[in-house]
Design a protein around this ligand. Structure first.
Ligand SMILES: *[C@@H]1O[C@H](CO)[C@@H](O)[C@H](O)[C@H]1NC(C)=O
Length: 361
């Protein structure tokens, strides 16, 4: 890989660039090391200068918000670092109010190809119901329902990723997941050992119009899947008006009957469970943030790892800052571009904050 051979060059570029790190509101982020395509790269223009419609691009959709920006930055960095053709990655960022978030990304990744999509919280505000964790009610959690509308029609497929993920493999492999069945709109790792009943209320299961009837006619047994990592066929999504199908369930939940507890996940399960194209579990090693209440440490699941996901309450940046990191949070730290001004000011001799040195692998 080019990137591996270029370590020294990348380090130099990086340390020089760190001096001109920009401010994103209160947080400051260092510029990421430069990245280049590996040998045998398909001849396309780099995403930064490409049209979003150029074939050959790998489209990645994420949200950006001030609270999770540090996670998003690390996720982007990890995706670029492990891509064999990083210049072919094109990012689609859905944001609410903060225009400066796009500037922060551009400053840390000067040659990144990306587009910003303003998302009006009012688009979903009327559909959201109270749930167990306040952060699950964030309107931006529902942005993934709107990718078919927001992204240009020429983008037929997108990989949707949460902000608390870290890629340790080439995302192109995930992107190339075949969605063989015509009814498959979404591909994601499935977890059929999880008790599917628990994602819905007894009132849902006991309703003769709802319950098992909802899932009759699906290709397979309905199983839980995590909506933080999905490959979405946007062509089929738009043709089937899947945003509307999801919102119909949100309306039923809000206006007619309490059918689930969590936020944006259950409507996705109601529409797609049993018709999801299964992806290898290596692409969503989830739950690293621990449970919903305590954010305790969790190990990786068995098997290979291509993407780590700190779903759950505990986020690696919070635990690192608190001085109580979990073992896997140290892996995340290698991708942290955040500049800790307080730590830099107190370190003798004005040395680089350790986060920068760590980020320069
Ligand atoms: C799943 O949860 C439901 C509801 O609590 C319970 O009735 C059922 O026995 C559980 N199934 C399994 C396989 O544990």
């Amino acid at each position: 890989m080019m990137m591996m051979m270029d370590n020294k060059a990348a380090l130099l570029v990086f340390l020089a660039a760190a001096v001109v790190a920009v401010s994103a509101g209160e947080a400051r982020f260092a510029e990421a090391p430069q990245y280049r395509n590996g040998e045998g790269c398909p001849i396309i223009r780099p995403a930064a200068s490409a049209s979003v419609c150029d074939p050959g691009l790998v489209h990645i959709a994420m949200t950006l918000d001030a609270h999770y920006l540090r996670g998003s930055m690390a996720a982007i960095y990890s995706l670029l670092k492990h891509a064999s053709f990083p210049e072919s990655l094109f990012f689609h960022f859905v944001v609410t109010a903060d225009a400066h978030l796009g500037h922060a990304v551009a400053a840390s990744f000067p040659s990144l190809g990306f587009e910003i999509y303003p998302f009006r919280a009012e688009a979903v505000a009327g559909l959201i119901s109270a749930s167990v964790r306040a952060e699950l009610e964030e309107p931006l959690n529902y942005a993934r329902n709107h990718l078919g509308d927001l992204l240009p029609p020429c983008v037929h497929r997108a990989v949707y990723l949460d902000s608390d993920v870290l890629a340790v493999d080439d995302v192109r492999r995930l992107w190339e997941t075949p969605l063989l069945h015509e009814s498959a709109v979404v591909a994601a790792p499935e977890y059929c050992h999880a008790n599917f009943s628990l994602y819905f209320t007894p009132a849902f299961w006991s309703d003769p119009e709802l319950g098992a009837r909802v899932f009759a006619g699906r290709r397979r047994q309905p199983c839980y899947f995590n909506t933080g990592v999905m490959v979405i066929d946007l062509g089929r999504w738009r043709a089937g008006d899947y945003r509307r199908r999801i919102e119909r369930w949100m309306e039923i939940h809000k206006e007619e009957k309490r059918i689930y507890e969590l936020g944006s996940l259950p409507p996705f399960l109601l529409v797609f469970a049993g018709d999801v194209e299964a992806i290898d579990h290596r692409w969503n090693q989830h739950g690293l943030g621990g449970d919903k209440v305590h954010g305790s440490c969790r190990p990786l699941h068995h098997g290979p790892v291509s993407l780590m996901h700190w779903s759950g309450k505990g986020k690696p940046w919070d635990r690192l800052d608190a001085g109580t990191p979990c073992p896997l949070d140290h892996t995340w730290k290698h991708y942290d571009l955040y500049i800790d001004d307080a730590a830099a000011a107190s370190s003798p001799g004005g040395q680089c904050p350790s986060s920068i040195l760590a980020a320069a692998w």
